[in-house]
Write a protein that binds this ligand. Structure first.
Ligand code: F6R
Length: 269
């Protein structure tokens, strides 16, 4: 697990966009796993800017979103499909038929997971997965105590997640309590993972994920098992890490090594 610490959310967004851009330039038909929420918004703004002003093309890219609410139609302002359209897809040259989000309105939500897994497999697997982390350590909607071997399925959200997300729904509006989410094993199957986190409210989750025991109680700690995960965090999200100084030192050493010997090593396929 590589931990990169940035002075602020903007430099973190810019570095994560560099990594995504390198992936797409090396493999224009890359398969990218995407997250919603406030965390990746800076990354998506950067990618839109690089598309609009610097010719970065997504024409052949295929995407799979991590999750979607059950019972919220794709054209609802709070659906994750709508979030992706508004914050990324409508502003780049991606072919929308190449963008997959789990179908939260499926007649039988229990059938969505296995079909989604099959679609990912048919696409050749995920080259690069973007993740945020919940304040309770969830990734996707894999809430605490989710099986570390889970695949895409319906999950019941915790009260904390429902509360965290209530800011997006009007007080009298239906707020979903179920979601369809890629599983922890689905995420671990990605060849490369970038987890982004900023802000003090993520400091506990980041500490548990990086330095805590491997435990389904902090689903993000499962990333400790993955060979090519990079955690990109700002100083506030890093504030509770015991070995913060060490991660910075590793960053400097790695920069030097990579510059000298394997400049595009992180790119995966
Ligand atoms: C969203 C997702 C969630 C979020 C997490 C953090 O697709 O999978 O795991 O990444 O809840 O949300 P924000 O970024 O809003 O703090």
């Amino acid at each position: 697990m590589e931990v990169l610490i940035f002075p602020d959310a903007q430099s973190l967004a810019s570095k994560s966009a560099d990594l995504v851009e390198s992936q797409i330039k090396a493999f224009p038909d890359s398969v990218i796993g995407l997250a919603t929420g406030s965390t990746p918004l800076g990354l998506y703004r950067e990618l839109i800017d690089r598309h609009s002003n610097y010719g970065l093309s997504f024409k052949l890219v295929k995407t799979f979103n991590l999750d979607e609410y059950v019972g919220v139609p794709g054209d609802h302002p709070q659906s994750y499909r709508n979030f992706m359209d508004e914050n990324l897809f409508n502003n780049i040259d991606i072919d929308k038929t190449n963008t997959e989000v789990p179908d939260g309105m499926a007649e039988n939500p229990l059938k969505v997971g296995p079909a989604y897994e099959k679609m990912i497999e048919d696409a050749g697997g995920i080259d690069l997965q973007i993740l945020g982390v919940g304040t309770d350590g969830h990734i996707g909607f894999n809430e605490p105590t989710s099986s570390l071997g889970s695949i895409t399925r319906v999950k019941t959200l915790t009260m904390q997640t429902i509360e965290d997300n209530s800011r997006f729904f009007k007080p009298d509006e239906f707020q979903p309590k179920l979601a369809i989410t890629m599983g922890i094993q689905t995420i671990l199957n990605a060849r490369r993972i970038l987890l982004l986190a900023h802000g003090e409210n993520k400091a506990d989750a980041v500490r548990d994920m990086v330095e805590g025991p491997l435990s389904s109680f902090c689903p993000a700690s499962a990333l400790q098992l993955h060979q090519r995960t990079t955690i990109l965090i700002d100083e506030s999200a890093a504030s509770k890490l015991t070995l913060k100084g060490y991660y910075k030192f590793v960053g400097e050493m790695q920069d030097d090594l990579v510059r000298k010997h394997r400049p595009s090593d992180w790119i995966s396929r």
